[in-house]
Write a protein that binds this ligand. Sequence first.
Ligand SMILES: CC(C)(COP(=O)(O)OP(=O)(O)OC[C@H]1O[C@@H](n2cnc3c(N)ncnc32)[C@H](O)[C@@H]1OP(=O)(O)O)[C@@H](O)C(=O)NCCC(=O)NCCS
Length: 197
Amino acid sequence: MTLPTLTAAAVRLREFTLGDVDALHRVYGDPEATRHLSFEPRSRDQVAEIIEGILARRADVPRTEYALAIERPDTVEVVGMARLALGDYRSGQIGFALRPDQWRKGLGRQSVELLLRLAFDHLSLHRVWGASAPENRASCQLMLSVGMVEEGRIRDHLRVNGQWRDSVVHSILEEEWHRRCGHPSPSRSGTPQPAVE
Ligand SMILES: CC(C)(COP(=O)(O)OP(=O)(O)OC[C@H]1O[C@@H](n2cnc3c(N)ncnc32)[C@H](O)[C@@H]1OP(=O)(O)O)[C@@H](O)C(=O)NCCC(=O)NCCS
């Protein structure tokens, strides 16, 4: 599927290019932005490898990862990344990160809403979920603010810096998304709706 137009008032999601290494490094190389993530701040070379991996996986058929640049339309600047990874049973896991100087302006919320639009309106997923470090209040609050609900805690979900880390899981189901958007309710039969190009 060609990536649909994913634009909100203050952000748009687009495919990464090799020209985005420095911009993404300002996110993934930042200790504050990565404090609650599962990895240490990345070097510029590591970020270049990450983008190369994203570009390679984009060609997979079927595509199972949408790792997208968060761009501000007003400045045409990449300020973060938003990712949807497809799993079994029409599920998808989201992840997102913004440069710290862009926090608390609503960009995270708009980016996640665009990911949910991609997941439910274009890819016909049934369930979308995200996992946060329990102390990551910003991530948990952001997921609540887009209509996701807290499901519970995965104990010892990740191994980070030699320590086990729990995750708090939030999720949203397709009927909840469509109700929130005022769309007719989809069937619960498990039959995927046709993807909209
Ligand atoms: C998580 C993150 C993307 C939030 O982005 P943001 O643009 O600052 O969030 P928004 O301004 O859209 O705010 C969305 C909601 O979260 C709340 N929020 C944002 N930061 C918060 C914080 N530090 N503490 C509590 N609530 C917070 C906002 O008040 C808003 O809630 P509301 O709609 O109920 O008022 C950003 O903090 C970030 O990039 N963090 C580092 C990477 C990360 O932790 N990613 C998550 C991994 S799963």
